[in-house]
Design a protein around this ligand. Structure first.
Ligand SMILES: Nc1ncnc2c1ncn2[C@@H]1O[C@H](COP(=O)(O)OP(=O)(O)OP(=O)(O)O)[C@@H](O)[C@H]1O
Ligand SMILES: C[C@H](N)[C@H](N)CCCCCC(=O)O
Ligand SMILES: [Mg+2]
Length: 217
């Protein structure tokens, strides 16, 4: 597997609630990375960064502050409107991290979630010049959702690192996504009855190929 010397990876998904935060927590732990959620929507008790820290046990200074956070659990463009604010797309810049450090960035929802009247989540990936890693459900319906997501990313010129399948093992869906998506499923994360630092820790070997891809074994 060729090593990609990237500053980080943008964790996106086929939907909201597919496990981007769950996978990002595992990746932050396995890659010893920093975490950044540029745009957060929803009430504080549902924010992703605290869940990342709870599960990965990374230091507080490894979690970078959101650029935008809005209280309503909605698409960022709408959540901003509800509080009479607008997202200034030009403000999104890759945060300064040291040369040997690595950044796991998590989007909100899927790739075509609007940020303002013109820009979507996939435009943010392009602006940050980070490769995308798609978190997808493993079960029925995921082939279509994942191939649509891949197509949207490629049409926007976003580099695709691969896919993480989240949920019960499904070999047929994995093979279909690799064949028709011309990509690799770099990790399969099982359903964990208890979402704890311990259960997350047991998943580390499953992320070895992601670590190899980014040269962060
Ligand atoms: N493999 C898993 N095993 C058990 N629970 C999981 C797993 N993956 C995700 N979950 C749970 O499913 C819920 C949604 O997951 P998560 O918050 O990671 O989704 P998300 O894609 O980050 O959503 P959002 O778009 O809101 O950021 C959470 O309660 C999470 O703990
Ligand atoms: C509120 C939720 N947890 C996410 N932060 C935002 C998801 C936006 C989804 C928009 C859409 O695709 O309809
Ligand atoms: Mg999340």
């Amino acid at each position: 597997m060729s090593k990609q010397l990237e500053k980080g990876v943008f964790i996106t998904g086929t939907d909201t609630g597919v496990g981007k935060t769950f996978a990002a927590a595992a990746l932050v732990k396995r890659l010893k990375a920093h975490y950044w959620k540029p745009v957060q929507t929803g009430p504080e008790e549902e924010h992703d960064a605290p869940e990342i820290q709870r599960l990965s046990c990374i230091e507080t200074d490894q979690i970078l502050p959101c650029l935008y956070s809005f209280p309503d659990p909605l698409s960022p463009h709408e959540a901003a409107k509800r509080v009479k604010q607008k997202i200034e797309f030009g403000h999104f810049k890759l945060p300064d991290i040291k040369s040997k450090e690595f950044l796991v960035v998590e989007g909100a929802g899927g790739v075509m979630v609007p940020l303002d009247d013109r820009h979507m989540m996939l435009d943010l990936m392009a602006q940050l010049e980070l490769p995308a890693l798609i978190v997808a459900r493993s079960g029925l319906g995921t082939i279509n959702h994942t191939l649509l997501t891949i197509t949207a990313l490629r049409n926007r010129g976003v580099k695709l690192a691969g896919v993480i399948l989240n949920g019960p093992e499904n070999k047929a869906n994995l093979e279909a996504i690799e064949q028709y998506g011309k990509t690799e499923v770099l990790a399969e994360l099982p359903f964990c009855t208890d979402v704890t630092p311990e259960s997350l820790g047991s998943l580390m070997p499953r992320l070895d190929r992601v670590a190899q891809y980014f040269g962060r074994e």
